[in-house]
Design a protein around this ligand. Structure first.
Ligand code: ZN
Ligand code: ZN
Ligand code: ZN
Length: 164
């Protein structure tokens, strides 16, 4: 573990980290000490003093911009944990199973929503189009589709996905 540079103002500056997938608090705690507010080119805020890759888009730190020279108290801000929360781990296992049975992952490019679509006419069509419609020894190969706010079931206004 790297040394913590204590903040004169905020001390250890502890924060409960959020699940990088669902945003809910995990049981992981970080002590950030001296921390600053950085913003990545993808729009995500990162509160640290030393940088690695963006937890959201994985961009390296030269794509981050420090928002101010003032230290921040991270207590109530959202910090991405390095591990998924237990619920997400379980969910991902379920998703994997659904996809290996012919389903398709989906995610939205305009909101954080994502999930799986169980095998149906739509998933069969997508798999056929991509040439991934033949199951192997471990089931169907993984495949995913991206929605936007035009067709996303979560943030989309029209919930109609027939015309993809
Ligand atoms: Zn989670
Ligand atoms: Zn980013
Ligand atoms: Zn969406």
């Amino acid at each position: 573990m790297e040394n913590i540079l204590l903040s004169n103002e905020f001390g250890l500056n502890p924060v409960i980290m959020s699940c990088p997938r669902c945003g809910r608090p995990t049981n992981e705690i970080a002590l950030l000490g001296k921390a600053y507010d950085y913003k990545c080119s993808c729009g995500v805020h990162i509160y640290e003093r030393k940088v690695g890759n963006c937890p959201s888009c994985n961009a390296s730190n030269n794509q981050w911009k420090r928002m101010s020279h003032k230290e921040v108290e991270v207590g109530r801000k959202k910090i991405m944990a390095t591990h998924l929360c237990d619920d997400c781990k379980k969910e991902i296992t379920t998703f994997k199973k659904t996809v290996s049975e012919g389903g398709v992952y989906w995610k939205c490019e305009d909101c954080p929503s994502n999930g799986v679509i169980k095998k149906n006419e739509f998933t069969e069509m997508v798999r056929e189009k991509m040439g991934l419609n033949v199951p192997g020894p471990k089931g169907y190969p993984p495949i995913g589709v991206a929605f936007t706010k035009k067709d996303c079931p979560s943030c989309g206004k029209e919930k109609d996905v027939d015309n993809i």
